[in-house]
Ligand binder design. Sequence first.
Ligand SMILES: [Zn+2]
Length: 87
Amino acid sequence: MSRTPSLRPLYNYPGWVIQEIKLNTEVVMVRLRRDLRLKICCPHCLRVAGENRLVIQSAKDLPLGPVNLVQIIYEAIQGYCLGANGN
Ligand SMILES: [Zn+2]
């Protein structure tokens, strides 16, 4: 019995979860969301940060076989520092 291999290992980004992968002969679309088990952290003081806003963005990835357009769609999250000074 053969199994169709999954594309999921190709798009394994730490901190992100693959919501869906759609593909046809011209486009591969990978939709990601933040891994909700992980907290958002301030990049300056590394404290847990709050979520200010979320915007859906996309980026192109390397071609996959004969498919030239590989689009990664992801949630871009703007956080705010919960630290006393914000630093
Ligand atoms: Zn901070």
